[in-house]
Design a protein around this ligand. Sequence first.
Ligand SMILES: [Zn+2]
Length: 421
Amino acid sequence: MCELLVGLPDVNVNGVGDWPHWLRIAITSRAERRRCPGCGGKVWLHGRAEVELVDLPCFGRPTRLVWSKQRCRCPNPTCGVITFVEHDERIAAVRAAITDRAGRWATFQVGNHGRAVSEVAKDLGCDWHTVMDAVVHHGRALIDDPKRIGITTAVGLDEVLFCRVGKFRHRAWSTQVVDVARGQLLDVVPGRDAAAGCAWFAARPVEWCEAIEWATLDLSGPYRAVFDTMIPHAVQIADPFHVVKLANHVLDECRRRVQNETLGHRGRKDDPLYRIRKLMTIAHERLDGDADAKLRGLLEAGDPRGEVRMAWHSKEVVRSIYEITDADLAAEFVTQLGIDLQDDSCPPEVQRFGRTITRWRHQIAAWHRARFTNGPTEAINNLVKRIKRVAFGISNWTNYRTRALLYAGHPNWSLLHPTPR
Ligand SMILES: [Zn+2]
Protein backbone atom coordinates (compact mmCIF):
# COMPACT_ATOMS: atom_id res chain seq x y z
CA MET A 1 0.00 0.00 0.00
CA CYS A 2 2.85 2.37 0.82
CA GLU A 3 4.50 1.63 -2.50
CA LEU A 4 1.23 2.36 -4.27
CA LEU A 5 0.98 5.71 -2.50
CA VAL A 6 4.58 6.67 -3.19
CA GLY A 7 4.11 5.60 -6.80
CA LEU A 8 7.72 5.26 -7.91
CA PRO A 9 8.88 2.42 -10.15
CA ASP A 10 10.95 -0.46 -8.68
CA VAL A 11 11.43 0.87 -5.17
CA ASN A 12 10.87 -0.54 -1.70
CA VAL A 13 9.40 1.84 0.83
CA ASN A 14 11.30 1.19 4.03
CA GLY A 15 9.72 3.72 6.31
CA VAL A 16 7.92 7.03 6.71
CA GLY A 17 8.99 9.55 9.32
CA ASP A 18 7.26 12.66 10.58
CA TRP A 19 9.86 15.43 10.79
CA PRO A 20 9.24 18.98 12.00
CA HIS A 21 9.05 20.59 8.54
CA TRP A 22 8.32 17.70 6.24
CA LEU A 23 7.48 14.07 5.81
CA ARG A 24 10.45 11.80 5.14
CA ILE A 25 9.97 8.70 3.03
CA ALA A 26 12.87 6.24 3.05
CA ILE A 27 13.28 4.14 -0.07
CA THR A 28 15.74 1.69 -1.62
CA SER A 29 15.72 0.53 -5.20
CA ARG A 30 14.52 -2.99 -5.86
CA ALA A 31 16.87 -3.56 -8.76
CA GLU A 32 19.40 -6.41 -8.72
CA ARG A 33 22.99 -5.63 -7.87
CA ARG A 34 24.23 -3.33 -10.63
CA ARG A 35 26.77 -4.13 -13.29
CA CYS A 36 29.94 -2.08 -13.61
CA PRO A 37 29.42 0.86 -16.03
CA GLY A 38 33.08 0.52 -17.11
CA CYS A 39 33.65 -3.17 -17.82
CA GLY A 40 30.13 -4.57 -17.42
CA GLY A 41 31.32 -7.17 -14.88
CA LYS A 42 29.92 -8.12 -11.49
CA VAL A 43 30.51 -5.70 -8.63
CA TRP A 44 30.73 -5.84 -4.84
CA LEU A 45 28.44 -3.89 -2.57
CA HIS A 46 30.54 -1.26 -0.84
CA GLY A 47 28.05 0.36 1.54
CA ARG A 48 25.27 2.84 0.95
CA ALA A 49 24.91 6.58 0.41
CA GLU A 50 21.85 8.47 1.54
CA VAL A 51 20.47 11.10 -0.82
CA GLU A 52 17.67 13.43 0.20
CA LEU A 53 15.45 14.69 -2.61
CA VAL A 54 12.65 17.24 -2.65
CA ASP A 55 9.49 15.45 -3.74
CA LEU A 56 5.87 16.34 -4.47
CA PRO A 57 3.88 17.48 -1.44
CA CYS A 58 2.09 14.53 0.15
CA PHE A 59 -1.36 15.03 1.70
CA GLY A 60 -0.71 18.73 2.02
CA ARG A 61 2.73 18.42 3.57
CA PRO A 62 6.12 19.08 2.00
CA THR A 63 7.90 15.78 1.47
CA ARG A 64 11.46 14.52 1.26
CA LEU A 65 12.41 11.31 -0.43
CA VAL A 66 15.41 9.71 1.28
CA TRP A 67 16.99 7.28 -1.10
CA SER A 68 19.54 4.94 0.32
CA LYS A 69 21.67 4.29 -2.74
CA GLN A 70 23.95 1.32 -3.27
CA ARG A 71 27.60 2.16 -3.55
CA CYS A 72 29.43 -0.51 -5.52
CA ARG A 73 33.09 -1.40 -6.15
CA CYS A 74 34.45 -3.03 -9.27
CA PRO A 75 36.86 -5.87 -8.42
CA ASN A 76 38.40 -5.91 -11.87
CA PRO A 77 41.95 -4.42 -11.51
CA THR A 78 42.16 -3.46 -15.19
CA CYS A 79 38.87 -1.49 -15.11
CA GLY A 80 39.07 2.30 -14.77
CA VAL A 81 36.00 2.44 -12.51
CA ILE A 82 36.77 1.96 -8.82
CA THR A 83 33.48 2.75 -7.10
CA PHE A 84 30.17 4.13 -8.32
CA VAL A 85 26.74 4.96 -6.91
CA GLU A 86 23.56 3.68 -8.52
CA HIS A 87 21.16 6.13 -10.08
CA ASP A 88 17.80 5.98 -11.80
CA GLU A 89 16.73 8.74 -14.20
CA ARG A 90 13.09 7.85 -13.56
CA ILE A 91 13.44 9.00 -9.97
CA ALA A 92 15.88 11.91 -10.30
CA ALA A 93 18.70 13.12 -12.53
CA VAL A 94 22.29 12.70 -11.37
CA ARG A 95 23.18 15.22 -8.64
CA ALA A 96 19.69 16.77 -8.74
CA ALA A 97 18.23 18.12 -5.51
CA ILE A 98 14.66 17.46 -6.59
CA THR A 99 12.91 14.40 -7.97
CA ASP A 100 12.09 14.26 -11.65
CA ARG A 101 8.33 14.34 -11.06
CA ALA A 102 8.52 17.25 -8.61
CA GLY A 103 10.68 19.18 -11.10
CA ARG A 104 8.11 18.66 -13.85
CA TRP A 105 5.27 19.65 -11.55
CA ALA A 106 7.11 22.84 -10.57
CA THR A 107 7.74 23.63 -14.25
CA PHE A 108 4.02 23.34 -14.97
CA GLN A 109 3.09 25.53 -12.01
CA VAL A 110 5.54 28.28 -12.93
CA GLY A 111 5.34 27.98 -16.72
CA ASN A 112 1.67 27.29 -17.38
CA HIS A 113 -0.06 28.85 -14.38
CA GLY A 114 2.42 31.72 -14.16
CA ARG A 115 2.91 31.23 -10.43
CA ALA A 116 5.76 32.83 -8.53
CA VAL A 117 8.80 30.60 -8.07
CA SER A 118 8.93 31.49 -4.38
CA GLU A 119 5.32 30.34 -3.99
CA VAL A 120 6.01 26.96 -5.57
CA ALA A 121 9.18 26.62 -3.49
CA LYS A 122 7.08 27.15 -0.39
CA ASP A 123 4.68 24.39 -1.42
CA LEU A 124 7.61 22.05 -1.85
CA GLY A 125 9.38 23.28 1.27
CA CYS A 126 12.60 23.95 -0.61
CA ASP A 127 14.90 26.69 -1.85
CA TRP A 128 13.96 29.17 -4.62
CA HIS A 129 16.98 28.09 -6.73
CA THR A 130 15.98 24.43 -6.61
CA VAL A 131 12.68 25.27 -8.26
CA MET A 132 14.10 27.78 -10.77
CA ASP A 133 16.83 25.33 -11.84
CA ALA A 134 14.20 22.65 -12.40
CA VAL A 135 12.04 25.05 -14.44
CA VAL A 136 14.98 26.01 -16.66
CA HIS A 137 16.03 22.36 -17.00
CA HIS A 138 12.61 20.96 -17.93
CA GLY A 139 11.54 24.14 -19.77
CA ARG A 140 14.43 23.96 -22.21
CA ALA A 141 13.02 20.90 -23.99
CA LEU A 142 9.61 22.57 -24.31
CA ILE A 143 11.02 25.84 -25.64
CA ASP A 144 13.48 24.23 -28.06
CA ASP A 145 10.83 21.82 -29.37
CA PRO A 146 11.11 22.37 -33.16
CA LYS A 147 7.35 21.83 -33.57
CA ARG A 148 6.57 24.77 -31.26
CA ILE A 149 7.27 27.31 -34.00
CA GLY A 150 4.93 26.29 -36.79
CA ILE A 151 4.80 27.73 -40.30
CA THR A 152 3.28 31.19 -40.09
CA THR A 153 2.19 33.84 -42.57
CA ALA A 154 2.56 36.93 -40.39
CA VAL A 155 5.13 37.96 -37.78
CA GLY A 156 5.47 41.11 -35.72
CA LEU A 157 8.30 42.73 -33.80
CA ASP A 158 7.89 44.88 -30.74
CA GLU A 159 10.20 46.30 -28.12
CA VAL A 160 9.67 45.43 -24.46
CA LEU A 161 11.41 46.66 -21.35
CA PHE A 162 13.34 43.71 -19.91
CA CYS A 163 14.65 45.20 -16.67
CA ARG A 164 16.57 48.13 -15.24
CA VAL A 165 20.24 47.66 -14.60
CA GLY A 166 23.10 49.33 -12.77
CA LYS A 167 23.35 52.16 -10.33
CA PHE A 168 21.43 54.56 -12.56
CA ARG A 169 18.68 52.07 -13.39
CA HIS A 170 19.40 52.14 -17.12
CA ARG A 171 16.72 50.43 -19.11
CA ALA A 172 17.66 47.16 -20.77
CA TRP A 173 15.40 46.36 -23.73
CA SER A 174 14.34 43.19 -25.40
CA THR A 175 12.60 42.44 -28.68
CA GLN A 176 9.59 40.18 -28.93
CA VAL A 177 9.03 38.10 -32.03
CA VAL A 178 5.35 37.27 -32.29
CA ASP A 179 3.26 35.17 -34.64
CA VAL A 180 0.52 37.76 -35.16
CA ALA A 181 -1.66 35.35 -37.14
CA ARG A 182 -1.97 33.01 -34.15
CA GLY A 183 -1.10 35.27 -31.23
CA GLN A 184 1.89 33.22 -30.11
CA LEU A 185 5.15 34.46 -28.64
CA LEU A 186 7.86 32.90 -30.80
CA ASP A 187 10.90 34.19 -28.98
CA VAL A 188 12.47 37.05 -27.09
CA VAL A 189 15.86 38.44 -28.06
CA PRO A 190 18.03 40.79 -26.02
CA GLY A 191 18.34 44.38 -27.26
CA ARG A 192 16.18 46.33 -29.68
CA ASP A 193 18.63 46.93 -32.50
CA ALA A 194 18.58 45.39 -35.96
CA ALA A 195 21.48 42.99 -35.32
CA ALA A 196 19.68 40.95 -32.65
CA GLY A 197 16.56 40.58 -34.77
CA CYS A 198 18.55 39.66 -37.88
CA ALA A 199 20.46 36.98 -35.99
CA TRP A 200 17.21 35.41 -34.85
CA PHE A 201 15.76 35.24 -38.37
CA ALA A 202 19.08 33.94 -39.71
CA ALA A 203 18.84 30.98 -37.32
CA ARG A 204 15.45 29.94 -38.72
CA PRO A 205 15.08 27.49 -41.62
CA VAL A 206 14.91 29.13 -45.04
CA GLU A 207 11.46 27.70 -45.84
CA TRP A 208 10.09 29.11 -42.59
CA CYS A 209 11.23 32.62 -43.56
CA GLU A 210 9.91 32.18 -47.08
CA ALA A 211 6.41 31.33 -45.84
CA ILE A 212 6.05 34.72 -44.16
CA GLU A 213 3.89 37.04 -46.22
CA TRP A 214 3.21 39.88 -43.76
CA ALA A 215 5.40 41.61 -41.22
CA THR A 216 4.00 44.10 -38.72
CA LEU A 217 6.03 46.72 -36.91
CA ASP A 218 5.71 50.02 -35.12
CA LEU A 219 7.36 52.97 -36.87
CA SER A 220 10.87 51.91 -35.88
CA GLY A 221 13.85 51.99 -38.21
CA PRO A 222 15.79 49.03 -36.79
CA TYR A 223 12.86 46.61 -37.16
CA ARG A 224 12.28 47.83 -40.69
CA ALA A 225 15.95 47.04 -41.38
CA VAL A 226 15.46 43.53 -39.93
CA PHE A 227 12.56 42.84 -42.29
CA ASP A 228 14.31 44.49 -45.26
CA THR A 229 17.38 42.29 -44.90
CA MET A 230 15.99 39.00 -43.59
CA ILE A 231 12.52 38.69 -45.17
CA PRO A 232 12.53 41.21 -48.05
CA HIS A 233 9.65 39.39 -49.81
CA ALA A 234 7.22 40.01 -46.91
CA VAL A 235 4.91 43.02 -47.07
CA GLN A 236 5.53 45.32 -44.12
CA ILE A 237 2.56 46.76 -42.25
CA ALA A 238 2.86 49.77 -39.98
CA ASP A 239 0.70 49.21 -36.92
CA PRO A 240 -2.32 51.62 -37.00
CA PHE A 241 -2.17 52.16 -33.25
CA HIS A 242 1.41 53.42 -33.45
CA VAL A 243 0.65 55.68 -36.43
CA VAL A 244 -2.21 57.39 -34.57
CA LYS A 245 -0.11 57.51 -31.40
CA LEU A 246 2.59 59.37 -33.29
CA ALA A 247 -0.02 61.80 -34.67
CA ASN A 248 -1.14 62.51 -31.12
CA HIS A 249 2.45 62.98 -30.03
CA VAL A 250 2.99 65.54 -32.82
CA LEU A 251 -0.15 67.37 -31.73
CA ASP A 252 1.11 67.44 -28.16
CA GLU A 253 4.52 68.78 -29.17
CA CYS A 254 2.93 71.52 -31.24
CA ARG A 255 0.57 72.47 -28.40
CA ARG A 256 3.42 72.79 -25.91
CA ARG A 257 5.49 74.95 -28.25
CA VAL A 258 2.61 77.29 -29.05
CA GLN A 259 1.74 77.46 -25.35
CA ASN A 260 5.28 78.55 -24.57
CA GLU A 261 5.44 81.06 -27.41
CA THR A 262 2.12 82.76 -26.67
CA LEU A 263 2.24 82.85 -22.86
CA GLY A 264 5.94 82.42 -22.15
CA HIS A 265 5.57 79.52 -19.73
CA ARG A 266 4.60 75.88 -19.55
CA GLY A 267 0.93 75.01 -19.35
CA ARG A 268 -0.92 75.98 -16.17
CA LYS A 269 -4.32 74.82 -15.19
CA ASP A 270 -6.17 77.92 -16.44
CA ASP A 271 -4.38 78.22 -19.78
CA PRO A 272 -6.75 77.53 -22.67
CA LEU A 273 -4.45 75.12 -24.49
CA TYR A 274 -3.62 73.24 -21.31
CA ARG A 275 -7.31 72.81 -20.52
CA ILE A 276 -8.02 71.05 -23.82
CA ARG A 277 -4.87 68.89 -23.90
CA LYS A 278 -6.89 65.72 -23.22
CA LEU A 279 -9.95 66.70 -25.25
CA MET A 280 -7.76 67.08 -28.32
CA THR A 281 -6.45 63.52 -28.15
CA ILE A 282 -9.95 62.04 -28.01
CA ALA A 283 -11.46 60.99 -31.33
CA HIS A 284 -13.56 63.87 -32.62
CA GLU A 285 -16.70 61.82 -33.21
CA ARG A 286 -16.67 60.73 -29.57
CA LEU A 287 -16.93 64.29 -28.27
CA ASP A 288 -20.43 65.44 -27.35
CA GLY A 289 -21.75 68.93 -28.24
CA ASP A 290 -20.47 70.61 -25.07
CA ALA A 291 -17.00 69.14 -25.34
CA ASP A 292 -16.80 70.09 -29.01
CA ALA A 293 -17.86 73.68 -28.24
CA LYS A 294 -15.29 73.86 -25.43
CA LEU A 295 -12.57 72.54 -27.72
CA ARG A 296 -13.33 75.04 -30.45
CA GLY A 297 -13.69 77.98 -28.05
CA LEU A 298 -10.44 77.35 -26.22
CA LEU A 299 -8.55 76.70 -29.46
CA GLU A 300 -9.77 80.10 -30.62
CA ALA A 301 -8.53 81.69 -27.39
CA GLY A 302 -5.13 80.02 -27.06
CA ASP A 303 -4.00 79.48 -30.62
CA PRO A 304 -3.76 82.83 -32.47
CA ARG A 305 -1.97 81.50 -35.57
CA GLY A 306 -4.10 78.35 -35.85
CA GLU A 307 -1.08 76.03 -35.59
CA VAL A 308 -2.48 73.73 -32.91
CA ARG A 309 -5.71 73.55 -34.82
CA MET A 310 -3.80 72.40 -37.87
CA ALA A 311 -1.95 69.73 -35.89
CA TRP A 312 -5.25 68.59 -34.42
CA HIS A 313 -6.76 68.44 -37.88
CA SER A 314 -3.83 66.40 -39.21
CA LYS A 315 -4.35 63.93 -36.37
CA GLU A 316 -8.01 63.53 -37.32
CA VAL A 317 -7.10 63.04 -40.99
CA VAL A 318 -4.53 60.39 -40.07
CA ARG A 319 -7.23 58.57 -38.11
CA SER A 320 -9.51 58.68 -41.13
CA ILE A 321 -6.96 56.62 -43.10
CA TYR A 322 -8.35 53.60 -41.29
CA GLU A 323 -11.91 54.28 -42.35
CA ILE A 324 -11.07 53.83 -46.03
CA THR A 325 -12.07 50.38 -47.26
CA ASP A 326 -10.42 50.34 -50.66
CA ALA A 327 -6.69 49.47 -50.65
CA ASP A 328 -5.71 51.45 -53.77
CA LEU A 329 -7.63 54.48 -52.62
CA ALA A 330 -5.89 54.27 -49.23
CA ALA A 331 -2.44 54.13 -50.85
CA GLU A 332 -3.25 57.24 -52.87
CA PHE A 333 -4.70 58.98 -49.84
CA VAL A 334 -1.63 58.31 -47.67
CA THR A 335 0.77 59.48 -50.37
CA GLN A 336 -1.16 62.71 -50.86
CA LEU A 337 -1.46 63.23 -47.09
CA GLY A 338 2.32 62.97 -46.70
CA ILE A 339 2.79 65.66 -49.36
CA ASP A 340 0.07 67.94 -47.96
CA LEU A 341 1.44 67.85 -44.42
CA GLN A 342 4.86 68.96 -45.65
CA ASP A 343 3.36 72.19 -46.97
CA ASP A 344 5.05 75.40 -45.76
CA SER A 345 1.80 76.63 -44.20
CA CYS A 346 1.94 73.76 -41.68
CA PRO A 347 3.68 74.08 -38.31
CA PRO A 348 7.18 72.53 -38.23
CA GLU A 349 6.09 69.52 -36.13
CA VAL A 350 3.43 68.64 -38.68
CA GLN A 351 5.87 69.06 -41.56
CA ARG A 352 8.22 66.60 -39.86
CA PHE A 353 5.30 64.24 -39.39
CA GLY A 354 4.51 64.59 -43.09
CA ARG A 355 8.03 63.48 -43.94
CA THR A 356 7.61 60.45 -41.66
CA ILE A 357 4.36 59.54 -43.38
CA THR A 358 5.98 59.83 -46.79
CA ARG A 359 8.84 57.58 -45.66
CA TRP A 360 6.40 54.97 -44.33
CA ARG A 361 3.58 55.43 -46.86
CA HIS A 362 3.78 51.87 -48.25
CA GLN A 363 3.78 50.31 -44.79
CA ILE A 364 0.88 52.47 -43.61
CA ALA A 365 -1.25 51.75 -46.67
CA ALA A 366 -0.39 48.01 -46.58
CA TRP A 367 -2.70 47.61 -43.60
CA HIS A 368 -5.66 47.91 -45.94
CA ARG A 369 -4.56 44.80 -47.80
CA ALA A 370 -4.15 42.39 -44.89
CA ARG A 371 -5.40 44.14 -41.73
CA PHE A 372 -2.76 42.52 -39.54
CA THR A 373 -1.90 44.70 -36.57
CA ASN A 374 0.50 44.53 -33.69
CA GLY A 375 -2.53 43.89 -31.46
CA PRO A 376 -1.55 40.28 -30.68
CA THR A 377 1.95 41.53 -29.86
CA GLU A 378 0.55 43.97 -27.33
CA ALA A 379 -1.66 41.23 -25.87
CA ILE A 380 1.41 39.06 -25.36
CA ASN A 381 3.17 42.05 -23.87
CA ASN A 382 0.49 41.98 -21.20
CA LEU A 383 1.13 38.31 -20.43
CA VAL A 384 4.86 38.92 -20.14
CA LYS A 385 4.24 41.92 -17.90
CA ARG A 386 2.15 39.68 -15.69
CA ILE A 387 5.08 37.27 -15.33
CA LYS A 388 7.39 40.15 -14.43
CA ARG A 389 4.93 41.51 -11.91
CA VAL A 390 4.45 38.12 -10.24
CA ALA A 391 8.22 37.79 -9.98
CA PHE A 392 8.68 41.40 -8.77
CA GLY A 393 10.99 41.90 -11.76
CA ILE A 394 13.38 39.46 -13.39
CA SER A 395 16.99 40.37 -14.09
CA ASN A 396 18.39 37.03 -15.27
CA TRP A 397 17.98 36.73 -19.03
CA THR A 398 17.67 32.91 -19.11
CA ASN A 399 15.02 32.91 -16.40
CA TYR A 400 13.14 35.71 -18.16
CA ARG A 401 13.18 34.01 -21.53
CA THR A 402 12.21 30.63 -20.09
CA ARG A 403 9.29 31.95 -18.11
CA ALA A 404 8.01 34.25 -20.87
CA LEU A 405 8.10 31.49 -23.49
CA LEU A 406 6.54 28.87 -21.22
CA TYR A 407 3.71 31.25 -20.39
CA ALA A 408 3.02 32.91 -23.76
CA GLY A 409 4.89 30.73 -26.27
CA HIS A 410 2.32 27.91 -26.59
CA PRO A 411 4.65 25.03 -25.64
CA ASN A 412 3.38 21.48 -26.07
CA TRP A 413 2.75 20.60 -22.44
CA SER A 414 2.20 16.93 -23.19
CA LEU A 415 5.97 16.71 -23.65
CA LEU A 416 6.36 17.42 -19.95
CA HIS A 417 4.72 14.17 -18.88
CA PRO A 418 7.19 11.86 -17.17
CA THR A 419 8.44 8.84 -19.03
CA PRO A 420 6.00 5.91 -18.72
CA ARG A 421 6.76 3.37 -16.03
ZN1 LIG B 1 34.60 -2.40 -13.99
